[in-house]
Write a protein that binds this ligand. Structure first.
Ligand SMILES: Nc1ccn([C@@H]2O[C@H](COP(=O)(O)OP(=O)(O)OP(=O)(O)O)[C@@H](O)[C@H]2O)c(=O)n1
Ligand SMILES: C[C@](O)(CO)[C@H](O)COP(=O)(O)O
Length: 228
């Protein structure tokens, strides 16, 4: 299974002065943890890391430090996550039929989650890891008043990995560019093209490190996991 890791962001919500994936968690860059999990997956055979060229020297150091026998390629990122994934898709080897896409910022995803998604992709055209929403969610209008309380049983929080047949996802990205769709994940492009996307059980600990508090929570989870 081919894996693309979007890692070309800035981390504005983190408020750091550089790519948040280079910030450290228990002494190692966030991207190191993500890459380690990808290497430990039994199903992943090829890894593409999508980054900005100014981060490539640091990414190369990380790639050299994380042991693993899988080929790892660096791919030039874009202005948005959507553009970065588009670039990643163009850089896949021509014979790649299916691909998983996993945010570098979800650095606590386990190898088992990669494997579960890779196996599930043998039975569908598109999928995402997701978890059932625990909160009661309100739909609120522009004046700050609640308009609706959707049935929580139908609400799932999207995660990555997200997996797709390569040719279909390329087509959806092309449609997105032609029609100026702006989306925050790849499943949304599939949905807009009326293609089916299956839910695969995600992991509660598979948080996306977005703000400083996420980094503190990630450290707590990792300490528990490593018995430290
Ligand atoms: N132009 C971009 C923007 C984001 N990403 C990646 O997409 C993932 C999810 O994005 P997000 O958490 O929003 O990361 P940032 O864009 O870095 O954060 P922010 O939105 O706070 O600036 C991250 O692994 C990020 O590196 C990317 O590859 N290319
Ligand atoms: C793809 C994603 O990680 C799914 O949760 C997410 O949508 C990335 O972008 P966001 O803008 O931080 O939601």
């Amino acid at each position: 299974m081919y894996l693309l890791i979007p890692a070309a962001g800035m981390g504005k919500r983190m408020g750091s002065d550089r790519n948040k994936l280079l910030l450290t968690l228990m002494g190692k860059p966030l991207l190191t943890w993500t890459l380690q999990a990808a290497h430990a997956s039994q199903e992943i055979t090829w890894i593409g890391i999508i980054g900005q060229s100014y981060d490539f020297p640091d990414f190369k150091t990380i790639m050299a430090e994380v042991s693993g026998s899988k080929p790892v390629e660096l791919i030039q990122g874009g202005e948005t996550r959507q553009e970065s994934v588009y670039n990643g898709l163009q850089a896949l080897p021509s014979h790649a039929q299916q691909v998983l896409i996993h945010d570098g910022a979800r650095c606590l995803a386990t190898p088992l989650l990669f494997d579960r998604c890779a196996k599930a992709l043998q039975t569908c055209q598109g999928l995402i890891a997701a978890i059932a929403v625990k909160d009661t969610i309100k739909i609120v209008d522009e004046s700050g008043y609640i308009q609706d309380t959707p049935d929580r049983r139908q609400l799932w929080a999207a995660q990555t990995p997200q997996g797709f047949e390569v040719e279909l996802l390329k087509h959806c990205h092309q449609q997105g560019r032609t029609l100026n769709w702006e989306v925050t994940d790849d499943a949304a492009l599939f949905e807009r093209c009326q293609l089916p996307v299956k839910i695969v059980e995600g992991e509660e600990t598979n948080l996306k490190v977005t703000t400083p508090v996420d980094l503190a929570i990630a450290e707590f989870i990792l300490r528990q996991r490593l018995n430290l």
